[in-house]
Ligand binder design. Structure first.
Ligand code: ADP
Ligand code: MG
Ligand code: MG
Length: 203
């Protein structure tokens, strides 16, 4: 789990300018810097106080993201990780099905906080299809690598699908129809989160 988050943090740092540029087109150009700052703090805390359980992992990451990302995405990613961890608080790791269940809990927290639906041009356009892909894959396989491959396909489709959409939630909704034709920055960072899982957790 810590390796997964470290991979995500590295990718966010590498893509911070690109994430902020996407946000510049339809928002306030801070998504990359926001997330980069928060992920660094979260990873630093994970290294300083290594989590002993999935619950510890989610609490540390969630609290640090809530405290240091700021903006809409800080609350949403913070809530995602808090509830991801709370799905298996005492567990020392996650089975592939446990990972799918934790993802479910994380997505439910994002929905509870942000009240977005799929198609609103947000991170949920990646997070929710990934949830469904993990669920479906978990019926056919207990191999995490296979599940994550299906998840990454779903994430890529969800990400591309945000391009033509008109934003109905968050700052991008302020510009209405002019938000169409741009990829959603939060959907792109969520795709990075899934991609980091495929490279770090699948073995
Ligand atoms: P802010 O818009 O406050 O500057 P960020 O730029 O860090 O925050 O994050 C913007 C991203 O947050 C958007 O691209 C979108 O994916 C996501 N987002 C915004 N509002 C919501 C919401 N209500 N539900 C889900 N995701 C949202
Ligand atoms: Mg922004
Ligand atoms: Mg902002």
């Amino acid at each position: 789990m810590v390796g997964w988050f470290a991979g995500f943090t590295r990718d966010v740092a590498l893509h911070a300018d690109e994430l902020s540029a996407l946000d510049g087109a339809i928002g306030d150009a801070d998504h990359g810097t926001n997330l980069n700052r928060g992920c660094r703090e979260a990873l630093r805390t994970l290294h300083a106080e290594p989590p002993r359980t999935v619950g510890d992992f989610g609490r540390t990451v969630g609290m640090q993201l809530l405290a240091h990302v700021g903006g809409a995405s800080g609350v949403l990613y913070g809530s995602f990780f808090l509830d991801f961890g709370a799905s298996a608080p005492g567990a020392q790791g996650l089975t592939p099905r446990g990972f799918a269940a934790a993802w479910h809990a994380g997505v439910a927290a994002v929905v509870a906080r942000g009240r977005a639906e799929v198609g609103d041009k947000t991170m949920l356009d990646v997070l929710a299809p990934v949830r469904d892909a993990l669920d479906t894959a978990a019926w056919h396989t207990v191999d995490l690598g296979g599940m994550l491959k299906a998840a990454l396909d779903a994430a890529e489709q969800g990400l591309e699908a945000t391009v033509p959409l008109v934003a109905r939630k968050g700052r991008a909704s302020y510009i209405g129809p002019r938000s169409a034709g741009h990829q959603d920055p939060g959907a792109r960072s969520s795709w990075l989160l899934v991609r980091a899982a495929t490279t770090t957790l699948a073995g």
